[in-house]
Design a binder for this molecule. Sequence first.
Ligand SMILES: CC(C)(COP(=O)(O)OP(=O)(O)OC[C@H]1O[C@@H](n2cnc3c(N)ncnc32)[C@H](O)[C@@H]1OP(=O)(O)O)[C@@H](O)C(=O)NCCC(=O)NCCS
Length: 333
Amino acid sequence: MTVTLTQPTGPAHTRVLAYGAARGENAVPNDDIVGPIDSSDEWIRQRTGIVTRVRADAGTDAIDLAATAAAEAVAKAGIDPSAVDAVIVATISNPKQTPSVSAIVADRIGANPAAAYDVNAACAGFAYGIAQADALIRAGAAHYAVVVGAEKLSDIVDPTDRSISFLLGDGAGAAVVGPSDFPGIGPTVWGSDGSKADAVGMNHTLVEFRDGTAPWPTLRQEGPTVFRWAVWEMVKVARRALEAAGVEASDLAAFVPHQANMRIIDEFAKQLGLPDTVIVGRDIETTGNTSAASIPLATHRLLEEHPELSGGLALQIGFGAGLVFGAQVIVLP
Ligand SMILES: CC(C)(COP(=O)(O)OP(=O)(O)OC[C@H]1O[C@@H](n2cnc3c(N)ncnc32)[C@H](O)[C@@H]1OP(=O)(O)O)[C@@H](O)C(=O)NCCC(=O)NCCS
């Protein structure tokens, strides 16, 4: 071989520079949805901690939510949108298989011609996206990346389904990742368990729907199976993310788990032995479970309500359909 290829390297460190958020326009309280599932406001509050969830107008889609959140994050990061050269959108609810949400979002926020692709990792999608943005920048493949979790889950719920529909909301959360003088994104602990693929996901295929052999596909889950997996297996993943980052639970300023169920969040906090000084994201109470959007939405809210968290460490962990999971410790912007 006579020629040697150039292989780029990037900066040694990355961090999250800023967050943006967009929630569905409408607050939908438990009483509005309990009829078709023979449930009650009390049952939903006790079993999930949800009081109300946000859902988007018919005319608002996941792309609109994603673009609003991404534009806020870029503005807050104080960078020119044209400096963004990678846009990664995690979503499972785009009703079009192609084109991607990310390419349209990149164009709308002024980042055209950034590299753009969607990630299908359900409720772990945002943590997956952060892992990728960090790796792309440190490898020299991008300078500034926008990572968005965006979902309009209300389009893929069956109002008569008791297993998951009442949990779900619509929204998008975004983060700008860029170069840093210090390590701002810890090692990602991530993985999958496809042997449990049937535990949560769509109940039918689009082909079955086309052929008239099944109704419009909607989300279903084996709630108790996912609950047990989350409580037992995900705590181990959270501990591994702390270890990999070289920090203790008591070093954290915040803990932002996927907003799946308040009981799961409480159990995590207990099993991790989080001291009272660690502020826990509990956005689920008024936003519901927004899958890939839940972690950045919860983080955005924590930073608004507790600006003193800025510069502190946050442990984030996402888990869901696949099954897939991802966790890392980050420095809050
Ligand atoms: C879905 C979930 C809230 C259900 O709560 P749960 O405590 O596991 O409830 P169970 O399914 O064991 O059912 C308990 C009882 O409530 C009833 N029930 C189930 N769903 C109900 C509903 N939506 N409304 C009212 N009652 C319901 C059941 O029939 C059962 O009644 P029984 O005791 O008379 O038999 C919970 O399992 C959960 O949050 N799972 C994990 C979700 C998650 O992390 N997903 C990740 C991907 S997003």
